[in-house]
Design a protein around this ligand. Sequence first.
Ligand SMILES: Cc1cc2nc3c(=O)[nH]c(=O)nc-3n(C[C@H](O)[C@H](O)[C@H](O)COP(=O)(O)O)c2cc1C
Length: 407
Amino acid sequence: MNVLEEELTLPNGSILSNRIAKSSMSENLSNKYHEPSPVLINVYKKWAQSGAGLLITGNIMIDSKAIGEPRNVVVEDRKSFEMLKEWAESVKGTNTQLWAQINHPGRQAMEQINSDLKAPSAVPLKLGGRKKITKKTPTALTESEILAIIEAFGNTAIILKDAGFSGVQIHGAHGYLVSQFLSPYSNVRTDKWGGSLENRAQFVVEVYRKIRARVGSSFPIGIKLNSADFQKGGFSEEESMEVVKILSKEGIDLIEISGGTYEAPAMMGNQKESTIKREVYFMDYIKKARKITNTPLMLTGGFRTASVMKDAIASNQVDIIGIARPFAVYPNIGNEIFNESRINFNTEIKKTGVKGIDGAMNIIWYESQIKRLGEGKTSKPDLNPWAVFLKYFWLILEHKLTKKASA
Ligand SMILES: Cc1cc2nc3c(=O)[nH]c(=O)nc-3n(C[C@H](O)[C@H](O)[C@H](O)COP(=O)(O)O)c2cc1C
């Protein structure tokens, strides 16, 4: 039997039917009111047939005042409960679990669509080669605001559990709020939430404990964590290993490893020859992490060929293969890996040639492919990047207009 088809039992006893997981991708497909749309639900119905044992949703916002992208789903109360139930039901009748990734973007909330940015400390974001500082400087969270956000993570998790999702994943990577607390670069607080690693990690520990207290011991909780921020003064590999130890001791069910932030986007890969040669990112890290924890590890970034995926599982370095971009282009990827009808899942994107725009293209081009899948179309490898950009620009404008009209 193909090792990728073997089951995996998580610490809480829940079973993943195989080793292929769709990693989180912000779909940007809510309706205008940040509720799951029929197109979004359709994509998951399609991916539910992909053969993957686990699908992790794109990041769902826990607070409507802190939104990553104009069409992110927000879950802060039960007003869209019926639509959430429908979303959760997309995997009904399959062997696929559907976990909801929950997130607060902190200082990485899109400044064009949020009136205030809140973060551990008032450290502005530097995008575009670290020269251009974004216009808005975030405000440092007060103690009571921190406690309210921890509460909100628990609240969102229990709503999603009640709606029928099979698990939740805390977004603790890529420079969003949890990752901002962990980083000594973005967290320069002098109270109990900043300073030593133990203090900086207290936020994620409290978020995990709050969710666990709300959802109970048998509901899977995972985290996506940076192997490092790849930023001067940021969260380091050694610190990340310590956080793996802390969360393993707390009893978390699955740790997904990624890396980077939107200031230094290592999660999307680099052009280093060694990385290109071995296909997968963060491999050195995962080998070391394997030695310090028994918690199941998922690795995401760069997996494109079935043979490399197989080797990673067979050599016991990784428990779950995380795959993102290929799911947008090859929606039947799990079955194609298992029946060996395709061995390579490369995803070359089209670019405009304008540097400022092409950085975003790495996300919005794939989101457009995901939308096509939800509309019942096939993916389109030659999708025009200018059309993608203009449509995205319109979404931002529309979000602003909707907010203005409802104010
Ligand atoms: C369109 C798009 C949206 C993404 N949104 C998220 C997200 O919401 N949460 C997250 O943890 N990672 C997100 N990512 C990062 C992916 O999960 C993954 O870490 C990255 O794409 C590398 O994996 P890959 O080489 O298999 O694509 C996104 C990536 C893409 C392309």
